[in-house]
Design a binder for this molecule. Structure first.
Ligand code: GRF
Length: 212
């Protein structure tokens, strides 16, 4: 497809969200590279199987977060990426990444932010005894799991849920929501102005919060 919007996807582990992006039919975006801090990430195998160039940037090879951030951003830029998608990427990027990709770094997080940022979001929701959690896709800012929210999808918590069963249903939602958002972003339908996200479809503007 001509004029596909070039993105880089950053992964640290399984890469099931990466796979969901790879599997989009007639995608308005193209994955120009997959970058991982973990040489054993299954996401790298998924990328290679689909002919997508991969790079490993080891955290331990860098003296600090800034240096690591420069390295991963440089890989994405050299590959021609105009946006970064953090899909299970377990490293926090330095603010310089935001300067290099302004309003163009998306993250998927397994909770309804601002509830349960950080690691173990699924366990935190379960431990909290609430009845609903979900998925958030948001633009990345300087804080962890924070930034303008683009879309959220709720996932009910069942009395019988274990962290594993709940995470499985959350991932099903992630695999719908992330490709939906990345596709809309690639088509230019999502913009951020003053921290407020707007979706534009069919010539009409609407504020996003819960979308899809
Ligand atoms: C996802 O649940 C994502 O929300 C979280 O890490 C997990 C990554 O899963 N940030 P995968 O590697 O895409 O399978």
């Amino acid at each position: 497809m001509p004029d596909q919007f070039p993105i880089a996807v950053f992964v640290s582990g399984s890469g099931s969200n990466l796979q969901a992006l790879i599997d989009v039919a007639d995608a308005p975006f193209t994955i120009v590279c997959v970058v991982s801090d973990n040489e054993n990430a299954r996401g790298l195998v998924r990328a290679a199987s689909s002919g997508i160039p991969t790079s490993v940037v080891a955290w331990g090879d860098h003296p600090n977060r800034e240096s690591f951030t420069d390295a991963v951003c440089a890989v994405a830029e050299v590959a021609g990426a105009r946006a970064l998608v953090l899909a299970g990427f377990m490293r926090i990027l330095a603010p310089s990444a935001i300067a290099r990709f302004p309003n163009a770094i998306l993250n998927v997080h397994p909770s309804l932010l601002p509830a349960f940022p950080g690691v173990n979001a699924v366990e935190q929701a379960l431990d909290d005894g609430i009845g609903i959690t979900g998925v958030t896709v948001h633009f990345v800012d300087e804080q962890v799991d924070h930034g303008p929210i683009v879309a959220q999808e709720p996932v009910p918590i069942l009395a019988s849920d274990t962290p594993e069963s709940l995470h499985m249903r959350i991932q099903e939602a992630e695999h719908r929501l992330l490709p939906h958002v990345v596709g809309a972003f690639a088509r230019g339908e999502i913009t951020v102005d003053n921290e407020v996200v707007a979706w534009r479809r069919d010539g009409t503007d609407r504020i996003a919060g819960v979308a899809i």
